[in-house]
Write a protein that binds this ligand. Structure first.
Ligand code: SAM
Length: 221
């Protein structure tokens, strides 16, 4: 549609401001060469992750959903040298691509990819009394979003930010009878977040080269 063309054109127009580094392009190229799906965040969104991480002075970042490590790269390079990203990924093949790319960019020692179902990794982090996180980026399967975000809040310090991607889904989120279980997962998450006394939150609707969607931003009280 003409609206979609305009959204993509604006992303292209603001590219000089976003200024995606060549290293980030290399990480994305390695993911597509390995045949991974084209579902990483955009460059504009990657830069937003970096700005949020720097704004909260993040030293410890939790990511749920690594894929080829594109968003992981943006987060890792925003950290001080002793900072750390813990990134959770179900698929060993995705984790291997991400780990190789991050190692190639020299950020390998700032990133720990935990392979397995995210919920099990999160519960293990809670059980281990993990040092609190300053920023969490939730970007895995949407069906379990409420559980992921509950654990993410538990694992975060007061003042931490939790960013949850793809919560608008072209507006489908308002449809109570929607057959897609990802839409239902987002609806369940938004209801749980609204009732969660541990956070203040909002949703920012977005358009761009990835279509019409949006993210939830929660700040831990
Ligand atoms: N954050 C990445 C980026 O922007 O570059 C994109 C992540 S992609 C949208 C979602 C990832 O979550 C996929 O790599 C998928 O394998 C992973 N995933 C799906 N179900 C999962 C689960 N139960 N536990 C952990 N990861 C899962």
């Amino acid at each position: 549609s003409s609206a979609e063309r305009a959204w993509a054109a604006v992303d292209a127009f603001v590219a000089p401001l976003v200024d995606e580094p060549q290293t980030a392009r290399d990480v994305q190229a390695a993911a597509s060469d390995a045949g991974l799906p084209d579902i990483a965040v955009s460059a504009a969104q990657g830069r937003l992750l970096e700005l949020l991480a720097r704004s909260v002075g993040a030293r410890r970042i939790l990511e749920i959903g690594t894929l080829g490590g594109y968003s992981t790269w943006w987060l890792a390079q925003s950290l001080p040298t002793d900072g750390r990203v813990v990134s959770l990924e179900l698929e060993p093949d995705h984790a291997a691509v991400a780990s190789a790319s991050l190692a190639a960019t020299g950020l390998g020692d700032r990133v720990e990819v935990l392979v397995g179902p995210a919920l099990a990794s999160l519960d293990a982090l809670v059980a281990a009394g993990s040092e609190p996180f300053d920023l969490v980026f939730v970007d895995a399967d949407k069906q379990q979003l409420a559980a992921y975000t509950d654990r993410a809040i538990t694992l975060s310090r007061p003042g931490a930010l939790v960013m949850v991607d793809n919560v608008v889904r072209g507006g489908a989120v308002t449809d109570a009878d929607h057959p897609d279980d990802r839409v239902q997962g987002v609806r369940t998450f938004l209801a749980a977040a609204a009732a969660d006394e541990r956070v203040d939150g909002t949703v920012v609707q977005t358009v761009g080269e990835k279509g019409y969607d949006g993210f939830a931003l929660l700040r831990v009280r």
